[in-house]
Design a protein around this ligand. Sequence first.
Ligand SMILES: C=C(O[C@H]1C=CC=C(C(=O)O)[C@@H]1O)C(=O)O
Length: 454
Amino acid sequence: MKSDFLFYPLFQEEINRLVQHPGRKEARYLVRIEKEVALPDPVLDLVLSCPVAEKFYYSAKDAPFELGGLGSALVIEAVSGGEVLDGFRRLWNRDETIPVFGGFAFDVEEEPAPEWRSFGRYRFTLPLVEIFRSPGGARIRVNHINNKRLPREHVLRELTDGLQSLDALPRLSPAAGQPVPAERTLIPEKPQWNRMIKKALRTIVEGDLKKIVLARKKVFTRKDRWDPVQIAAVLAGISEMSSLFFYQIEDGVAFLGRSPERLFRMQNGILLADAIAGTRTRGKNPFDDQRLEAELLNTPKELEEHRFVAGFIETRMHQLCADVQVESREEILKLKNVQHIITRYSGRSQQNFSPLAIAEAFHPTPAVGGFPQEEIRSCLRRYEPFQRGWYAAPIGWMNRKNADFSVGIRSALVNGKSLHIFAGAGIVLQSNAHAEWKETEKKMDNFAAILGEI
Ligand SMILES: C=C(O[C@H]1C=CC=C(C(=O)O)[C@@H]1O)C(=O)O
């Protein structure tokens, strides 16, 4: 990982030109300068190696794009989606294609728990430096918001200072590192998990809910702070069909993961969404793997779990779109540690819904909440012994009309000396507490290399 990229020299000429043309409109609210570049390294390397406090990265699971951000030009922290859209209204009035990165909590009605406090309920960032790479090439943009209507010279000085200070930082090189010893806490412990499942099954038998996705977490605490960059580098080394997301909002505070599940992608009016549920581990050899795949596709309990999700997504797609197509039904998605049943949908968006409104309409799908959707948040608040925060919630990027959001599973929160690793499992009538515990263990295995064991 080298990334000796220097931002200020790259934009020096443009900044000088802006100084010489004081009449140009950009300085009124938004200064945005763009450059095509021959990027020497993957965007991820650039983002990980720059030791700036706030930074993000997103690559969608099946699109050859990388989006990265360094620093922040504008951060919107809000308690509702409407407030987020208000916060970006002026930005998108200038240019509706500008992407912002972020997400919101699983349960936005809850007061965030201490470990999630800096993420809040909704949080999106317009970065100071935005890096986008596609097979056609790479572009770097710098953004500066002048919402205080400061004089132009002042704005350009701030921009220059921002870029120069990014350049002055020594680059990090996240060495693979040895597994780190840490104290482990299970929340819940196994006996409590067994009781949670029993309670969920009772609720299902009584007929109030049909499916409940219960989650657990492992918290690893060590003497020194965890390095989110090192953990992201381990996730980046995994080769599978999943999106990689990394959102560091303060030094040593980051939410990151490798999610196989797209909540939705909206591109030029086309909406894509996945239903993923039903799980088996990977086999020890190809023959064993095939056997597990056949078992997954022929087990009524797994199919039921999957169909709650697919039915829900299909209903939402019809509410939001015309021409809803099932791109593939009940196929297998093979990941490094597990395999799932996947059904894919596409449709043509009918109305002018904002991407955030679409995210709120889908979330939480029965893959991470349960069924029916309406009852599930209050039920999980009572059943789970910790707050999910941003785990299993939408995370990604959006502009005024387009977006790509993943469901924030196979994920972890790094917060100083604590590392919280999450996983959940769908509980239906035939579920068994021990099998679901083992399944969640496997779902956490992406992080095993960091810890030596989980
Ligand atoms: C809730 C999680 O996985 C969901 C996604 C795929 C399969 C699932 C399952 O089979 O239970 C879960 O619904 C998680 O990984 O934390």
